[in-house]
Structure formats: structure tokens, C-alpha cells
Design a protein. Structure first.
Length: 51
């Protein structure tokens, strides 16, 4: 049982690290989506990149 607990704890730490590693990429995608949605200085349109 102790080995199972250890394995689960390792898995949790691995998942936390993986999430942390992806947060920067997610923030970039979020920022780009916000920019595309608002389209500053450009008429808003629904081009293929929006779908």
C-alpha cells in the first residue's frame, strides 16, 4: 500500500509540473484569442482562423 501511495504522489507531482509547463502556452493562446476577438484597428470578421 505504501508503494501505491508513493506512486500516486509521484503522479500528482508529475501532473502539477505538466500543467505548470503548459500555462505559458495557454496564456499566449488566450492573449491571441482576445486580440483576434477585439480586432483593434481592423474590422471584425469571421475568417478561417477564427473557426
Amino acid at each position: 500500500i505504501l508503494q501505491e501511495i508513493f506512486d500516486v504522489e509521484q503522479n500528482i507531482e508529475f501532473l502539477k509540473k505538466t500543467i505548470t509547463d503548459k500555462e505559458a502556452f495557454l496564456q499566449v493562446a488566450h492573449t491571441r484569442l482576445e486580440t483576434r476577438t477585439r480586432r483593434p484597428n481592423v474590422e471584425a470578421c469571421r475568417d478561417p482562423a477564427m473557426h
